[in-house]
Design a protein around this ligand. Structure first.
Ligand SMILES: [Zn+2]
Length: 243
């Protein structure tokens, strides 16, 4: 079982989820949770961001598919409904968030994986989907040039839970003081600095983004100076010493 902060290959990620993951948004990939893939690297297609010191992830919805009729999806409103009338992934996640807000259901649980490097993914943990809305953003041409007329995009507010397992506790979890998401830019900086290896033994297997000073003891998630790569063996050895 993956723990938040674990670094895994694409194949391991697919093995854990039992499917070949292709899409970014996967509502109810399994009977009790959804899966989202994200990428914050420069040039990544969507404007995801980390807020409130790493407690909250704001995930952007997805564009309509690129086709011959729609050569630039970035100038077109993101859609909640397919031409066939079924809900898009945006629509499915949006409806779940609105039902949660109106008290009709518990928060949808979402496992979030993040691409940090080619073939290298970080497992960011289990999040609760607590809100969704639409925003106007400036439409962009393929060249990156911004157009003056805005378009509508979906935003999803995901709160990190403290849980490693999907259960009722995770769905209701509110006190998230013990866990923080490490922003992608920090992950990438640490990955490069530590050269994709455990800083103690040099192993390149079963790596984990480790807080040098734990978050619960005041250590920051937001600076590479407090994050290092450790293999599973040295990560567990360190945790045992602290606890
Ligand atoms: Zn090691």
């Amino acid at each position: 079982m993956a723990r938040a902060g674990d670094i895994i290959s694409y194949l391991e990620m697919c093995r854990i989820e039992g499917v070949n993951l292709q899409r970014g948004m996967n509502y109810r990939l399994h009977s009790d949770y959804s899966v989202i893939l994200m990428s914050l690297r420069q040039g990544a297609p969507y404007a995801d961001r980390v807020e409130e010191n790493g407690k909250v992830l704001i995930y952007e919805g997805h564009d309509i598919p690129k086709t011959n009729a729609n050569l630039n999806p970035k100038v077109i409103d993101q859609q909640a409904v397919n031409p066939s009338g079924t809900l898009t992934q945006n629509g499915l996640f949006f409806a779940a968030a609105i039902e949660f807000k109106s008290g009709k259901r518990q928060a949808e649980l979402i496992k979030v994986y993040e691409k940090i490097h080619s073939g290298i993914w970080a497992y960011n943990g289990i999040f609760r989907l607590v809100d969704s809305w639409q925003e106007l953003e400036s439409a962009r041409l393929n060249s990156g040039k911004k157009l003056s007329n805005p378009r509508k995009v979906f935003k999803f507010r995901l709160e990190l839970t403290h849980s490693d397992i999907i259960n009722e506790h995770a769905a209701k979890w509110k006190d998230i003081e013990h866990n923080r998401l490490i922003p992608a830019s920090v992950k990438l900086e640490v990955w490069k600095r530590d050269k994709g290896k455990c800083v103690i033994c040099g192993s390149a297997n079963n790596l984990h983004f480790d807080h040098i000073i734990p978050y619960s003891r005041g250590g920051s998630s937001l600076t590479a100076a407090n994050i290092q790569l450790l293999c599973a063996r040295h990560n567990i050895a360190k945790r045992d010493k602290i606890e």
